[in-house]
Ligand binder design. Structure first.
Ligand SMILES: [Zn+2]
Ligand SMILES: [Zn+2]
Length: 386
Protein backbone atom coordinates (compact mmCIF):
# COMPACT_ATOMS: atom_id res chain seq x y z
CA UNK A 1 0.00 0.00 0.00
CA UNK A 2 1.22 3.52 -0.87
CA UNK A 3 2.89 5.30 2.05
CA UNK A 4 0.48 8.25 1.91
CA UNK A 5 -2.51 5.92 1.97
CA UNK A 6 -1.07 4.25 5.05
CA UNK A 7 -0.47 7.59 6.78
CA UNK A 8 -4.06 8.56 6.02
CA UNK A 9 -5.38 5.30 7.41
CA UNK A 10 -3.38 5.78 10.60
CA UNK A 11 -4.88 9.27 11.00
CA UNK A 12 -8.39 8.00 10.36
CA UNK A 13 -7.79 5.12 12.75
CA UNK A 14 -7.01 7.51 15.60
CA UNK A 15 -9.52 10.11 14.41
CA UNK A 16 -11.92 9.61 17.32
CA UNK A 17 -9.05 9.95 19.77
CA UNK A 18 -7.84 13.18 18.11
CA UNK A 19 -11.31 14.71 18.16
CA UNK A 20 -11.87 13.65 21.76
CA UNK A 21 -8.60 15.36 22.73
CA UNK A 22 -9.55 18.51 20.79
CA UNK A 23 -12.89 18.65 22.64
CA UNK A 24 -11.32 17.88 26.01
CA UNK A 25 -8.77 20.71 25.70
CA UNK A 26 -11.58 23.00 24.51
CA UNK A 27 -13.67 22.10 27.57
CA UNK A 28 -10.76 22.79 29.95
CA UNK A 29 -9.24 26.07 28.73
CA UNK A 30 -5.91 27.00 30.32
CA UNK A 31 -4.00 30.27 29.98
CA UNK A 32 -0.44 30.53 28.68
CA UNK A 33 2.21 28.80 30.81
CA UNK A 34 -0.59 27.22 32.87
CA UNK A 35 -1.61 24.59 30.30
CA UNK A 36 -0.76 21.69 32.60
CA UNK A 37 -3.65 19.40 31.65
CA UNK A 38 -3.39 19.97 27.91
CA UNK A 39 0.37 19.36 27.94
CA UNK A 40 -0.07 16.22 30.04
CA UNK A 41 -2.82 14.80 27.79
CA UNK A 42 -0.68 15.40 24.70
CA UNK A 43 2.41 13.86 26.31
CA UNK A 44 0.40 10.79 27.35
CA UNK A 45 -1.08 10.34 23.88
CA UNK A 46 2.34 10.74 22.21
CA UNK A 47 4.00 8.31 24.63
CA UNK A 48 1.16 5.81 24.00
CA UNK A 49 1.98 6.06 20.29
CA UNK A 50 5.63 5.21 20.82
CA UNK A 51 7.19 8.67 21.00
CA UNK A 52 10.05 9.36 23.44
CA UNK A 53 8.64 12.25 25.45
CA UNK A 54 10.65 14.84 27.37
CA UNK A 55 8.80 17.23 29.69
CA UNK A 56 9.28 19.78 31.20
CA UNK A 57 11.38 21.20 28.40
CA UNK A 58 13.96 24.00 28.70
CA UNK A 59 12.69 24.87 32.21
CA UNK A 60 9.17 25.41 30.90
CA UNK A 61 6.72 23.31 32.87
CA UNK A 62 4.10 23.11 30.11
CA UNK A 63 6.49 22.59 27.18
CA UNK A 64 7.54 19.21 25.82
CA UNK A 65 9.22 17.46 22.95
CA UNK A 66 8.17 14.05 21.65
CA UNK A 67 10.65 12.37 19.33
CA UNK A 68 10.29 9.58 16.76
CA UNK A 69 12.22 8.36 13.73
CA UNK A 70 15.89 8.63 12.90
CA UNK A 71 15.93 9.76 9.28
CA UNK A 72 18.18 12.50 7.90
CA UNK A 73 15.45 15.17 7.59
CA UNK A 74 14.46 16.53 11.02
CA UNK A 75 11.10 18.32 11.04
CA UNK A 76 9.29 19.85 14.03
CA UNK A 77 5.50 19.95 14.30
CA UNK A 78 4.47 22.70 16.73
CA UNK A 79 1.54 22.20 19.07
CA UNK A 80 -0.15 25.17 20.77
CA UNK A 81 -2.76 24.70 23.48
CA UNK A 82 -3.22 27.95 25.42
CA UNK A 83 -6.54 29.80 25.59
CA UNK A 84 -7.58 33.44 25.87
CA UNK A 85 -8.67 35.12 29.11
CA UNK A 86 -12.45 35.12 29.54
CA UNK A 87 -13.41 33.63 26.15
CA UNK A 88 -11.71 30.22 26.30
CA UNK A 89 -10.47 28.59 23.11
CA UNK A 90 -11.53 31.49 20.89
CA UNK A 91 -8.38 30.97 18.79
CA UNK A 92 -8.94 27.23 18.43
CA UNK A 93 -5.62 26.09 19.82
CA UNK A 94 -7.38 22.86 20.80
CA UNK A 95 -7.45 22.15 17.04
CA UNK A 96 -3.75 22.99 16.69
CA UNK A 97 -2.91 20.54 19.49
CA UNK A 98 -5.00 17.74 17.98
CA UNK A 99 -3.63 18.22 14.43
CA UNK A 100 -0.04 18.20 15.75
CA UNK A 101 -0.81 14.93 17.52
CA UNK A 102 -2.50 13.39 14.47
CA UNK A 103 0.24 14.41 12.03
CA UNK A 104 2.87 13.21 14.51
CA UNK A 105 1.31 9.78 14.97
CA UNK A 106 0.75 9.30 11.23
CA UNK A 107 4.25 10.42 10.27
CA UNK A 108 5.94 8.44 13.05
CA UNK A 109 4.62 5.21 11.52
CA UNK A 110 6.48 5.82 8.26
CA UNK A 111 9.32 8.07 9.47
CA UNK A 112 12.23 5.66 9.08
CA UNK A 113 10.87 4.32 5.80
CA UNK A 114 10.84 7.77 4.15
CA UNK A 115 13.82 9.22 6.03
CA UNK A 116 12.23 11.48 8.63
CA UNK A 117 13.15 12.42 12.14
CA UNK A 118 10.20 13.99 13.95
CA UNK A 119 9.90 16.27 16.94
CA UNK A 120 6.42 17.20 18.08
CA UNK A 121 7.22 20.28 20.16
CA UNK A 122 4.66 21.47 22.71
CA UNK A 123 4.95 25.25 22.62
CA UNK A 124 3.07 26.99 25.44
CA UNK A 125 1.75 30.52 25.71
CA UNK A 126 1.30 31.78 22.15
CA UNK A 127 -1.34 34.32 23.16
CA UNK A 128 0.80 36.22 25.70
CA UNK A 129 2.19 38.56 23.02
CA UNK A 130 5.68 38.98 24.49
CA UNK A 131 8.32 36.36 25.15
CA UNK A 132 5.98 33.58 23.96
CA UNK A 133 6.76 29.90 24.42
CA UNK A 134 8.41 29.47 21.03
CA UNK A 135 10.71 32.45 21.62
CA UNK A 136 11.89 30.95 24.92
CA UNK A 137 12.24 27.48 23.38
CA UNK A 138 14.22 28.88 20.44
CA UNK A 139 16.56 30.77 22.77
CA UNK A 140 17.05 27.72 24.94
CA UNK A 141 17.88 25.35 22.11
CA UNK A 142 14.70 23.28 21.74
CA UNK A 143 14.80 23.76 17.95
CA UNK A 144 18.52 23.00 17.61
CA UNK A 145 19.13 20.60 14.72
CA UNK A 146 15.59 21.01 13.36
CA UNK A 147 15.61 21.57 9.58
CA UNK A 148 12.03 22.79 9.14
CA UNK A 149 8.95 23.47 11.26
CA UNK A 150 5.22 23.44 10.63
CA UNK A 151 1.79 23.82 12.22
CA UNK A 152 -1.73 24.60 11.09
CA UNK A 153 -3.92 27.23 12.75
CA UNK A 154 -7.73 27.35 12.61
CA UNK A 155 -9.43 30.34 11.01
CA UNK A 156 -12.77 31.05 9.29
CA UNK A 157 -11.30 29.97 5.92
CA UNK A 158 -8.23 28.21 4.50
CA UNK A 159 -5.31 30.53 3.73
CA UNK A 160 -1.95 29.17 2.59
CA UNK A 161 0.34 32.02 3.55
CA UNK A 162 -1.48 34.35 5.92
CA UNK A 163 0.11 37.71 6.64
CA UNK A 164 1.44 37.67 10.21
CA UNK A 165 2.76 40.92 11.63
CA UNK A 166 5.64 41.56 14.00
CA UNK A 167 4.16 42.40 17.40
CA UNK A 168 5.31 43.97 20.64
CA UNK A 169 3.11 43.68 23.75
CA UNK A 170 3.91 45.72 26.87
CA UNK A 171 2.42 47.07 30.08
CA UNK A 172 2.31 50.76 30.89
CA UNK A 173 2.21 52.02 34.48
CA UNK A 174 1.75 55.63 35.61
CA UNK A 175 2.33 56.71 39.20
CA UNK A 176 0.83 59.98 40.33
CA UNK A 177 -0.35 61.23 43.73
CA UNK A 178 -3.64 60.70 45.53
CA UNK A 179 -5.64 63.64 46.80
CA UNK A 180 -9.30 64.40 47.57
CA UNK A 181 -10.64 64.88 44.05
CA UNK A 182 -12.89 67.77 45.08
CA UNK A 183 -11.40 69.11 48.32
CA UNK A 184 -7.69 69.25 47.41
CA UNK A 185 -7.37 68.44 43.68
CA UNK A 186 -4.44 70.85 43.27
CA UNK A 187 -2.37 68.51 45.49
CA UNK A 188 -3.01 65.46 43.28
CA UNK A 189 -1.14 64.15 40.25
CA UNK A 190 -3.65 62.42 37.99
CA UNK A 191 -2.30 59.15 36.58
CA UNK A 192 -5.57 58.54 34.70
CA UNK A 193 -5.15 61.83 32.85
CA UNK A 194 -1.70 60.61 31.80
CA UNK A 195 -3.35 57.64 30.09
CA UNK A 196 -5.93 59.92 28.47
CA UNK A 197 -3.22 62.18 27.06
CA UNK A 198 -1.28 59.14 25.80
CA UNK A 199 -4.32 57.65 24.10
CA UNK A 200 -5.18 61.00 22.50
CA UNK A 201 -1.63 61.27 21.18
CA UNK A 202 -1.84 57.72 19.81
CA UNK A 203 -5.13 58.63 18.13
CA UNK A 204 -3.40 61.55 16.39
CA UNK A 205 -0.42 59.35 15.49
CA UNK A 206 -2.74 57.08 13.47
CA UNK A 207 -2.77 59.63 10.62
CA UNK A 208 0.97 59.11 10.23
CA UNK A 209 1.17 55.34 10.53
CA UNK A 210 1.77 52.93 7.65
CA UNK A 211 -1.42 51.07 6.63
CA UNK A 212 0.23 47.88 7.92
CA UNK A 213 0.98 49.32 11.39
CA UNK A 214 -1.38 48.64 14.31
CA UNK A 215 -1.74 50.01 17.82
CA UNK A 216 -4.37 48.71 20.23
CA UNK A 217 -4.67 48.34 23.95
CA UNK A 218 -6.79 48.23 27.06
CA UNK A 219 -6.75 50.10 30.35
CA UNK A 220 -6.26 47.48 33.05
CA UNK A 221 -6.46 49.87 36.00
CA UNK A 222 -8.08 53.28 35.84
CA UNK A 223 -8.31 54.30 39.48
CA UNK A 224 -9.96 53.27 42.73
CA UNK A 225 -12.76 55.76 43.40
CA UNK A 226 -14.06 58.91 41.72
CA UNK A 227 -13.33 60.99 44.83
CA UNK A 228 -9.65 59.98 44.91
CA UNK A 229 -7.32 61.46 42.29
CA UNK A 230 -6.00 58.27 40.57
CA UNK A 231 -2.39 57.70 41.64
CA UNK A 232 -1.84 54.33 39.96
CA UNK A 233 -3.06 53.46 36.47
CA UNK A 234 -2.04 50.72 34.08
CA UNK A 235 -2.67 49.64 30.52
CA UNK A 236 -1.56 46.83 28.23
CA UNK A 237 -0.83 47.77 24.63
CA UNK A 238 0.18 45.98 21.45
CA UNK A 239 2.05 47.58 18.58
CA UNK A 240 2.32 45.67 15.29
CA UNK A 241 4.05 46.25 11.97
CA UNK A 242 4.92 44.36 8.81
CA UNK A 243 8.48 43.57 9.96
CA UNK A 244 10.55 43.77 13.14
CA UNK A 245 12.32 46.77 11.59
CA UNK A 246 9.07 48.68 11.01
CA UNK A 247 7.96 47.62 14.48
CA UNK A 248 10.98 49.23 16.07
CA UNK A 249 10.16 52.48 14.35
CA UNK A 250 6.44 52.66 15.21
CA UNK A 251 7.00 51.41 18.76
CA UNK A 252 9.37 54.32 19.41
CA UNK A 253 6.66 56.74 18.29
CA UNK A 254 4.05 55.06 20.49
CA UNK A 255 6.41 55.17 23.49
CA UNK A 256 6.70 58.94 22.95
CA UNK A 257 2.90 59.20 23.21
CA UNK A 258 3.12 57.54 26.63
CA UNK A 259 5.94 59.91 27.58
CA UNK A 260 3.66 62.78 26.58
CA UNK A 261 1.13 61.59 29.18
CA UNK A 262 3.81 61.67 31.84
CA UNK A 263 5.10 65.06 30.77
CA UNK A 264 1.66 66.66 30.69
CA UNK A 265 0.56 65.45 34.11
CA UNK A 266 3.77 65.01 36.09
CA UNK A 267 3.03 61.32 36.64
CA UNK A 268 5.94 58.88 36.50
CA UNK A 269 5.93 56.44 33.56
CA UNK A 270 7.15 52.86 33.60
CA UNK A 271 6.94 50.52 30.58
CA UNK A 272 7.34 46.80 31.30
CA UNK A 273 7.74 44.04 28.68
CA UNK A 274 7.80 44.43 24.92
CA UNK A 275 11.41 43.30 25.01
CA UNK A 276 10.85 39.99 23.19
CA UNK A 277 8.57 40.84 20.27
CA UNK A 278 6.95 38.36 17.90
CA UNK A 279 8.57 38.45 14.47
CA UNK A 280 6.77 38.59 11.15
CA UNK A 281 6.03 35.16 9.62
CA UNK A 282 8.12 34.20 6.60
CA UNK A 283 6.41 31.24 4.92
CA UNK A 284 8.70 28.81 3.13
CA UNK A 285 7.27 28.88 -0.41
CA UNK A 286 8.30 25.36 -1.40
CA UNK A 287 6.94 23.66 1.72
CA UNK A 288 3.79 25.78 1.54
CA UNK A 289 3.15 24.57 -2.03
CA UNK A 290 3.53 20.95 -0.93
CA UNK A 291 0.99 21.60 1.83
CA UNK A 292 -1.34 23.27 -0.70
CA UNK A 293 -1.27 20.24 -2.98
CA UNK A 294 -2.00 17.85 -0.12
CA UNK A 295 -4.77 19.97 1.40
CA UNK A 296 -6.40 20.39 -2.03
CA UNK A 297 -6.23 16.63 -2.55
CA UNK A 298 -8.34 16.39 0.62
CA UNK A 299 -10.89 18.75 -0.93
CA UNK A 300 -9.74 21.97 0.76
CA UNK A 301 -9.82 25.20 -1.22
CA UNK A 302 -7.52 28.14 -0.54
CA UNK A 303 -9.11 31.51 -0.94
CA UNK A 304 -7.35 34.55 -2.29
CA UNK A 305 -9.32 36.82 -0.04
CA UNK A 306 -9.17 40.57 -0.81
CA UNK A 307 -9.00 41.38 2.92
CA UNK A 308 -6.17 38.93 3.45
CA UNK A 309 -3.42 41.48 4.00
CA UNK A 310 -5.67 43.53 6.26
CA UNK A 311 -6.68 40.51 8.34
CA UNK A 312 -3.27 40.04 9.87
CA UNK A 313 -2.57 38.74 13.34
CA UNK A 314 0.75 37.75 14.88
CA UNK A 315 2.38 34.57 16.16
CA UNK A 316 5.61 33.51 17.83
CA UNK A 317 5.87 30.99 14.96
CA UNK A 318 7.20 34.09 13.15
CA UNK A 319 10.33 33.92 15.31
CA UNK A 320 10.70 30.23 14.42
CA UNK A 321 10.28 31.09 10.71
CA UNK A 322 13.18 33.57 10.80
CA UNK A 323 15.42 30.86 12.26
CA UNK A 324 14.19 27.76 10.40
CA UNK A 325 12.17 27.30 7.15
CA UNK A 326 8.56 27.07 8.36
CA UNK A 327 4.91 27.13 7.33
CA UNK A 328 1.83 28.32 9.24
CA UNK A 329 -1.20 27.80 6.98
CA UNK A 330 -4.68 28.60 8.27
CA UNK A 331 -7.23 25.80 8.18
CA UNK A 332 -10.86 26.81 7.74
CA UNK A 333 -13.59 25.80 10.18
CA UNK A 334 -16.43 27.45 8.24
CA UNK A 335 -17.18 29.88 11.06
CA UNK A 336 -18.03 33.15 9.27
CA UNK A 337 -19.23 35.62 10.36
CA UNK A 338 -17.54 34.42 13.56
CA UNK A 339 -13.80 35.17 13.59
CA UNK A 340 -10.91 34.37 15.92
CA UNK A 341 -11.03 35.92 19.40
CA UNK A 342 -14.84 36.04 19.52
CA UNK A 343 -16.88 33.81 21.85
CA UNK A 344 -18.82 32.72 18.76
CA UNK A 345 -15.56 31.36 17.33
CA UNK A 346 -14.98 29.47 20.59
CA UNK A 347 -18.29 27.70 19.95
CA UNK A 348 -17.23 26.90 16.37
CA UNK A 349 -14.01 25.18 17.49
CA UNK A 350 -15.85 21.94 18.39
CA UNK A 351 -18.29 21.74 15.47
CA UNK A 352 -18.28 19.10 12.72
CA UNK A 353 -16.27 21.49 10.51
CA UNK A 354 -13.71 21.95 13.30
CA UNK A 355 -13.43 18.19 13.77
CA UNK A 356 -12.97 17.77 10.01
CA UNK A 357 -10.19 20.38 10.16
CA UNK A 358 -8.49 18.25 12.82
CA UNK A 359 -8.46 15.24 10.50
CA UNK A 360 -7.64 17.14 7.30
CA UNK A 361 -4.90 19.16 9.02
CA UNK A 362 -3.35 15.99 10.44
CA UNK A 363 -3.36 14.17 7.09
CA UNK A 364 -2.22 17.22 5.09
CA UNK A 365 0.73 17.78 7.42
CA UNK A 366 1.67 14.09 7.46
CA UNK A 367 1.54 13.99 3.64
CA UNK A 368 3.60 17.18 3.44
CA UNK A 369 6.22 15.58 5.69
CA UNK A 370 6.36 12.59 3.33
CA UNK A 371 6.70 14.84 0.27
CA UNK A 372 9.46 16.82 1.97
CA UNK A 373 11.43 13.69 2.86
CA UNK A 374 11.12 12.34 -0.70
CA UNK A 375 12.15 15.59 -2.40
CA UNK A 376 15.91 15.33 -2.61
CA UNK A 377 16.37 18.92 -3.79
CA UNK A 378 14.33 20.24 -0.89
CA UNK A 379 16.12 17.94 1.58
CA UNK A 380 19.47 19.21 0.35
CA UNK A 381 18.37 22.81 0.82
CA UNK A 382 16.92 22.16 4.28
CA UNK A 383 19.67 19.97 5.67
CA UNK A 384 22.55 21.72 3.93
CA UNK A 385 23.84 18.33 2.80
CA UNK A 386 24.75 17.52 -0.78
ZN1 LIG B 1 -5.13 34.05 18.92
ZN1 LIG C 1 -3.99 31.46 17.78
Amino acid sequence: MDVKTRAREVCEGVGDKLIALSHRIHAHPELGFEERQAARWLCEALADSGFAVETPLCDLETAFVARAGSGPLHVAICAEYDCLPGIGHACGHNIIAATALGAGIAAAGIADEVGLRLSVIGTPAEEVGNNGGKILLLERGAFAGVHAAMMVHPAPIDLLRPAMLANSTFDVHYTGKEAHASGFPELGINAADALTVAQTAIGLLRQHMRPTDRVHGIVTKGGDAPNIVPAHTSATFMVRAETLRDLNDIRGKVFRCFEAGALATGAKLEIVGGDKPYAEMVHDGEIAELYRGNAERLGRRFVEWPGMQRAAASTDMGNVSLAIPAIHPLIGIDSLPAVNHQPEFTAHCVTGAADKAVLDGSIAMAWTLIDMARDSGLCTRLTGRV
